[in-house]
Design a protein around this ligand. Structure first.
Ligand SMILES: [Zn+2]
Length: 167
């Protein structure tokens, strides 16, 4: 008798699976609560995730409503900063994952769709200040922070007033 199978650690769900899962949650009908979703993403094995994805693929589509679309802006999901920018011609919201290289920001392609983002994912002033202090770059306009007070605060007065009025 071997216990190898019983003690073998299941392979955790991949990031790719989690993103696909998020996309499906946004477009298919389901009854999963945010708590359950968080638990699944934290604990599910790759096999479990494949099963869940299969279930969601069989579920009916949610009615398409443009009102479900988030507004353009800067968002944070799973510790990553994303920019949602509207194409001037098509009106389509493009999602980019923000990466910092030295003093510059790079916009990376991601398969995460705009529909996935909700108001709750919008960056807070704390998120923006934290990003600004870490990289010396404003998290709202991605410009280099040069003023000593802005560097200290992680955000400049203009973007703070524009994006976080009253704070
Ligand atoms: Zn700024």
């Amino acid at each position: 008798m071997t216990t190898a199978t019983a003690t073998r650690t299941a392979t955790p769900a991949t990031d790719k699976q989690k993103i696909f899962f998020d996309n499906l949650l946004a477009e298919r009908e389901h009854h999963l609560t945010p708590e359950t979703i968080a638990l699944i993403k934290a604990k599910a094995s790759s096999t479990d995730m494949r099963g869940l994805i299969d279930e969601l693929l069989k579920a009916p589509h949610k009615p398409m409503q443009s009102t479900n679309m988030p507004e353009p802006g800067i968002y944070k999901r799973d510790g990553q900063i994303y920019e949602l920018k509207q194409n001037r011609h098509t009106g389509v919201l493009k999602v980019s994952r923000i990466e910092v290289f030295g003093t510059r920001v790079r916009r990376r392609a991601t398969v995460l769709r705009a529909r996935v983002f909700t108001t709750a994912d919008k960056i807070t002033l704390d998120d923006a200040s934290g990003f600004g202090r870490e990289y010396g770059i404003c998290c709202c306009c991605f410009r280099l922070l040069t003023d000593p007070i802005s560097v200290r605060d992680g955000i400049g007065p203009v973007c703070k007033a524009k994006y976080f009025p009253g704070l």
